[in-house]
Write a protein that binds this ligand. Structure first.
Ligand SMILES: C[S@@+](CC[C@H](N)C(=O)[O-])C[C@H]1O[C@@H](n2cnc3c(N)ncnc32)[C@H](O)[C@@H]1O
Length: 243
């Protein structure tokens, strides 16, 4: 399944949930505050900017934000909300004009690149866009392999009225596919699927090193909570040498 087919008009229409889920103020505001602080008044580039969930409120603070994004339908939704310049292309290879003090890639989206090579290229592409001393911030889940009982390759991650979420794992390729089943009272169900390559924090750090970064900090959330063995996700800040 290609990313262009996943992030189509239908997905773009359903993506924004103003005030709820990942669009809730308590989710978005700490991310925007931390990114604004890390930008230090410089220009900012979001890889896989989507409909601008984070970029729109960041730009509303007066910060200069640019994006790279593969999906034109997602971009169309962004441009209904704000006039943010975006280069249409692959975040592993596309070039946005100029240099930036901060590049960021949130909401587990580095996993949408399905090979290790592409993920390393994504780090290298971030480095190419940054000023000396610039930062690359990644928000990513910790792989949940400990939830897989022996002999089982699938885990239910969500079950509520009208919705079932199931992750299936291919531990050899280091892939998982998130399946989202939505249904009503009848026999019909709608299935959305999102394949990802999951990454351990240590592998992510090595990707950073290959691209010339050092890990500057890792926290469990945007507000700076300590990252522990129990943390389900992390916000990791990588920094280039210089300045
Ligand atoms: C989960 S959404 C995240 C959007 C936004 N960053 C947010 O936090 O709401 C993932 C986005 O990544 C985009 N995407 C997936 N693979 C990409 C790639 N290789 N290059 C650029 N964008 C990509 C999709 O089109 C989609 O808009």
């Amino acid at each position: 399944m290609r990313q262009e087919d996943i992030w189509d008009v239908e997905t773009a229409e359903r993506y924004d949930t103003p005030g709820r889920g990942v669009f809730a103020a308590e989710v978005v505001e700490p991310a925007v505050a931390r990114l604004a602080a890390l930008a230090g008044g410089g220009r900012v580039l979001e890889f896989a900017i989507g409909t601008g969930r984070v970029a729109v409120p960041l730009a509303a603070r007066g910060i200069s934000v640019t994006g790279i994004e593969l999906s034109r339908p997602m971009l169309a939704k962004l441009h209904e909300k704000a006039d943010i310049p975006v280069v249409v292309g692959d975040m592993a290879t596309a070039t946005a004009p100029g240099r930036y003090s901060l590049v960021y890639l949130v909401y587990n989206t580095i996993g949408n690149l399905l090979t290790q090579d592409e993920q390393v290229e994504c780090f290298r592409n971030a480095a190419r866009h940054l000023d000396p001393g610039g930062r690359f911030v990644i928000e990513l889940g910790v792989p949940e392999l400990r939830r897989l009982p022996p002999g089982q390759d699938a885990v239910v991650f969500g079950a509520e009225s009208g919705y079932l979420g199931v992750d299936t794992y291919d531990t050899v390729r280091q892939h998982l596919v998130s399946h989202h089943f939505r249904f009503g009272d009848g026999r019909e169900a709608r299935l959305g699927r999102c394949p990802q390559r999951y990454i351990w924090p240590a592998e992510l750090d090595l990707m950073g090193r290959l691209a010339g970064f050092e890990l500057e900090s890792r926290h469990a959330d945007w507000a700076g909570a300590e990252f522990t063995a129990k943390s389900p996700s992390h916000v990791s800040v990588y920094r280039l040498p210089g300045r």
